[in-house]
Design a protein around this ligand. Structure first.
Ligand code: COA
Ligand code: ZN
Length: 303
């Protein structure tokens, strides 16, 4: 049984686009509950500018208050050196650096050219100096909502440059749900051929309903690490048309049904997903929490 590892991003990618501030207490309680569900990793928050992402302005407090469960890695998104300093101070288990493979999206999201972002992040890698593992999330790898196609060669060359800097892992992000399964297979195979020693994680959004199909295509191409967001919340506020991540419980439920070992407690996960509408104040896209598992049967009607 192939082991599949999930990184839960609801309190980072999930919350960053929500219009109403989620109180710090609710964030901490949710992360603590998620920690008991079997995740390999939780992206707890981001150390970004509080003006850029006001929802996560309480990142330092959240990291200070969560109960860290052994075996779960607590990672944080970091856009620049200031973010890295804050993340190190908060004793994050991993720094998840971020830049976009599209020039236009990188300028909109990070207010830097790709060259400036790369130089800044290479500086972060030198600053961290091996004290904390580094992952790099590359946005818009399957298409940019403003530029359209992002050439596979651009994704491969940026990925290669980070691998040469010794980062542990790369997350290949489909920021606005533009990927389709054949494209996923092609890019994953090209990355695997070039980056044998780098841990690859795939990050999909379900903007056009292709999220689960893309996960399956990636699994079939040999990928074992995925990001998911509880309830299917999420999106980048600086990517026009962005909407929810692939829903964690839907993806985990699917892989579970297929016999993959996700290491997850799906019952607990669904219970948590059912609390999410109260936390964010609206319905969420996830389907399994509404329908129940395929093993949750209904009584037959009386004859
Ligand atoms: N943490 C906290 N504050 C930060 C910061 C960080 N990582 N980086 C910059 N700041 C502060 C600066 O201190 C400055 O504050 P001041 O106005 O009170 O002096 C202000 O933010 C502007 O700093 P500057 O370096 O000019 O940054 P910017 O305005 O060009 O913004 C980023 C650049 C990268 C910091 C900002 O665009 C950002 O945080 N983007 C994150 C976007 C994101 O997370 N998107 C979703 C995930 S893909
Ligand atoms: Zn995302």
């Amino acid at each position: 049984m192939t082991r599949i590892y999930f990184n839960e991003v609801v309190t980072r990618d999930g919350f960053q686009i929500e219009p109403t501030f989620v109180p710090t207490d609710a964030k901490v309680a949710l992360i603590d509950a998620l920690s008991l569900c079997g995740y390999a990793k939780i992206e707890a928050t981001s150390f970004t500018s509080p003006k850029a992402i006001p929802m996560l302005r309480d990142a330092d407090e959240v990291m200070g208050r969560i109960q860290r469960v052994p075996g779960v890695e607590y990672t944080v998104l970091v856009p620049n050196l200031r973010g890295a300093e804050r993340a190190m101070e908060a004793k994050a288990d991993e720094l998840n650096l971020v830049m976009s493979t599209s020039e236009t999206h990188n300028l909109a999201n990070l207010r830097m050219t790709r060259a400036q972002s790369f130089a800044a992040l290479a500086g972060v890698v030198r600053f961290v100096d091996g004290q904390t593992p580094i992952n790099v999330s590359l946005s818009t790898c399957f298409g940019c909502p403003m530029e359209g196609d992002v050439p596979q060669a651009d994704v491969l060359s940026i990925a290669r440059r980070f691998a040469d800097h010794g980062v542990r892992g790369l997350t290949i992000c489909d920021t606005t749900g533009m990927a389709h399964p054949l494209q996923v297979k092609r890019l994953v195979e090209a990355l695997q051929a070039q980056l044998a020693d780098t841990q690859l994680t795939l990050h999909f959004h379900n903007t056009r309903g292709m999220g689960l199909a893309n996960i399956l295509a990636a699994v079939q191409a040999g990928i074992t690490h995925f990001d998911g967001s509880l309830g299917g919340l999420g999106g980048c506020p600086y990517a026009p048309g962005a909407s929810g991540n692939v829903c964690s419980e839907d993806a985990i439920h699917m892989l579970d049904a297929m016999g993959y070992d996700t290491g997850m407690d799906v019952t607990k996960l669904i219970q948590l997903a059912r609390q999410l509408p109260q936390i964010v104040g609206h319905d969420v896209p996830g389907q399994v929490a509404k329908a129940g598992r395929i093993t949750d049967l209904h009584p037959a009607p009386p004859l």
